[in-house]
Design a protein around this ligand. Structure first.
Ligand code: I6G
Length: 675
């Protein structure tokens, strides 16, 4: 169709289509076309614009790539000062906030608007006649920097407002931030190029937004959510008398607003909102450091007014700090199941992210070098959600001459075998294999875990005892345990021993997928093991498969293929496998499901909220085994959303879009049906 249109008409058509896709993606949070289609249209528009430069408008979606580098940012005086927010740190301070409002603003039920407080940078966007004409940083609140060219590269920020009922002049304020996914990619690239990674998404967003070369900003994947308006002038300047409604107006005009925003009518509900967001913090795609509560009535806001530089009608209820300062007392080295040697920081105990932390991971030698950390240093540690605490940086200003270097061991701290460092791999490994007690213990723990052979009663402590007492060396030895030897262990009675031996006997009957998983081959999780089982069906075929053949299995790339291939090439692994088969471990023949038998084939599922009866990974693997793709976000292409407890915005969105929703019980019923 495009060939028959004049370039002029096609440019307009492409611009409208691309703006619409951007709106669906950023404002409605509901992408309707794959990225490839968007890219195809952008390329077509770029081509037309290069052939007809006169058709390129500054508002064209192609103009997001950045322009000539600046030598400095010029200063901009805000049309209306950009204020900061007062903070609350507990429920009592929230109660004070509400009390002061109810003393001044008389209303039966007071509405509030709650939204997450994004950890990014506040910016002001000025639109005149619907066109973005200027963007500025907050600066000191009175004067900021002109970052218009950089802001124009942020795809989430519309260059032109949608519709035609927006005010002549409107200033929109909000937060520019870097979603975790883009932050991780950026830091990954930095590490690959031997550059210093950013300590957190906020620093990354600030560093990206304050680039003199806007082409760099364009590549950084920044995003934006609006949180209020500034000056509003001219025709149609009268906006809704509710903050929440005003944000809905902004959305209508194509400006993204955080989907977690909620209107509530009491202090209790504000506190419940805070608790809910706090629990879901780690699963949100962006960094937040609290929630912002605002009196919803704009008239009420005017009555409340301001104190110093902050409004009396808004407050940031901050989350417990996720970063704290402490001292690195020592570094110890732990050996994992695959021999990986992990340095663990022993810290002076410190309260951070709601718990007392005294250990943090240091990952590997590269990480120690990158941080430049020494024993005795004062360090910033970070604990985000349930993630293992990390050392973020060293406070060099506090370093004194008593600090000492961290010496990486040349020999395994558990078995004294040599430590290997494979080129290209950051991880150092003990070369002891199953000779190393630490590796033996971890391998046996994995072998008997619930998702593997599920040996009831063989928990971590008992494995430690059995290995320490030299009653078992490898997973296969579990099957030759007898009561007499078990009774030599501390805290082992007749009943417990019988129960354990019975569980060991039961565990001999398994599935091929579980057997492959229990071997503990590097990077072969439950889902990969299931795919291998379906693909090859027999142990012989897996054990003799070439790396090329292995890469034809779903989920198996070059590295995983190599791990599988070399696992079966090593004689000590083959010996363990033979011993297991010799001990009677067995499974029923694998029934290969034909494509038609995959009941969820062609479907896209999403999992959200907390599952109580199975791990999220397990649910994911089981759904994938039935043929469905498991995606991260809900869109109109989603077939089913599995909503566990405390499901939030994904559930609301699925309901809005009429997507099928299953709770955990429903999921289990469905999975049982296909077992
Ligand atoms: O810095 C801020 C972050 C988020 C804000 C803010 C906000 O609302 C969600 N709102 C106001 C009114 C101000 N600063 C001044």
């Amino acid at each position: 169709m495009s060939q028959t249109l004049s370039p002029n008409v096609r440019v307009t058509q492409l611009t409208e289509q691309l703006n619409e896709y951007n709106y669906q993606y950023y404002v409605l949070d509901n992408p309707t076309v794959p990225d490839a289609e968007y890219d195809r249209l952008i390329r077509e528009l770029q081509q037309l614009e290069s052939e007809h430069p006169e058709l390129t408008s500054p508002q064209s979606p192609t103009q997001r790539v950045g322009g000539e580098a600046l030598t400095a940012f010029s200063q901009i005086t805000h049309l209306k000062p950009m204020l900061s927010l007062d903070n609350a740190f507990d429920d009592d301070e929230m109660q004070d906030f509400v009390r002061k409002i109810s003393e001044k603003v008389v209303s039966k039920t007071q509405a509030y608007c709650c939204e997450p407080k994004l950890d990014g940078l506040a910016v002001s966007l000025l639109y005149e006649q619907g066109q973005l004409v200027r963007a500025a940083t907050r600066g000191d609140g009175l004067v900021g920097e002109d970052i218009t060219v950089n802001v124009k590269t942020i795809a989430a920020i519309p260059l032109t407002l949608r519709g035609n009922d927006f005010p002549d002049q409107i200033e929109i304020r909000g937060e520019v931030f870097m979603p975790f996914a883009n932050f991780d990619k950026l830091n990954q690239r930095a590490l690959e190029n031997n550059e210093k990674p950013f300590a957190n998404p906020r620093n990354a967003a600030a560093g990206s937004l304050r680039q003199l070369d806007s082409k760099i900003t364009a590549q950084r994947g920044l995003s934006f959510y609006a949180y209020s308006t500034g000056v509003v002038n001219g025709e149609r300047a009268a906006m809704a008398n509710s903050h929440f409604e005003q944000l809905q107006q902004l959305k209508m005009w194509g400006v993204p607003v955080c989907p977690e925003i909620q209107q509530v009518d009491s202090l209790e509900k504000m506190i419940a909102y805070y608790q809910d967001i706090l629990t879901r913090r780690a699963s949100l795609p962006y960094e937040i450091d609290g929630v912002v509560n605002k009196l919803d009535s704009i008239e009420g806001q005017q009555t409340m007014g301001f104190v110093a530089k902050a409004p009396r009608w808004a407050i940031a209820y901050k989350f417990p700090a996720q970063e704290e300062l402490t001292q690195l007392l020592d570094v110890e080295f732990q050996v994992g199941r695959t021999g990986a040697i992990t340095p663990v920081a022993r810290l002076a105990p410190v309260f951070v992210g709601g718990v007392t932390v005294s250990n943090a991971t240091l990952h590997n030698r590269d990480e120690i070098e990158r941080l430049g950390v020494k024993i005795g240093d004062h360090v910033v540690i970070r604990r985000a959600g349930d993630v293992i605490p990390q050392i973020v940086s060293v406070v060099m200003a506090k370093r004194d001459e008593s600090v000492t270097n961290i010496e990486f061991p040349e020999r395994c701290p558990v078995c004294d075998s040599e430590v290997e460092r494979i080129e290209g791999e950051a991880v150092a490994r003990c070369s002891g294999g199953l000779f190393c007690a630490a590796q033996r213990k971890e391998a046996i723990k994995h072998f008997s875990s619930r998702k593997a052979l599920d040996i009831d009663g063989l928990g971590d402590k008992l494995v430690d005892q059995l290995v320490d007492a030299e009653l078992i060396q490898t997973p296969a030895d579990i099957f030759s345990l007898d009561k007499e030897r078990l009774l030599t262990l501390e805290r082992m009675g007749e009943k417990k021993a019988d129960k354990l031996l019975n569980a060991v006997e039961q565990a001999k009957h398994t599935t091929f997928a579980k057997f492959l998983y229990c071997l503990g081959i590097r990077e072969v999780g439950e889902a990969t093991a299931a795919n291998l089982s379906q693909h090859y069906q027999t142990l012989d075929k897996v054990a003799t498969a070439s790396t090329e053949s292995l890469q034809r299995v779903d989920d198996v790339g070059e590295i995983v293929a190599k791990h599988i291939f070399y696992f079966f090439k090593q004689s000590h692994n083959q010996e363990v496998v033979d011993a297991l088969l010799g001990a009677g471990v067995n499974w029923a023949e694998v029934h290969q499901r034909s494509e038609d038998e995959l009941p969820l084939k062609g479907q896209t599922w999403v999992i959200t909220g907390t599952l109580n009866q199975m791990k999220r990974d397990e649910a994911k693997a089981k759904i994938a085994q039935l043929g469905a793709k498991v995606a991260g976000s809900v869109s109109k292409n989603t077939t089913t959303l599995v909503a566990g407890e405390k499901a939030g915005s994904k559930l609301t969105k699925a309901q809005d879009l009429g997507v099928n929703v299953l709770d955990e019980t429903g999921l289990i019923e469905l999975l049982t049906q296909y077992e």
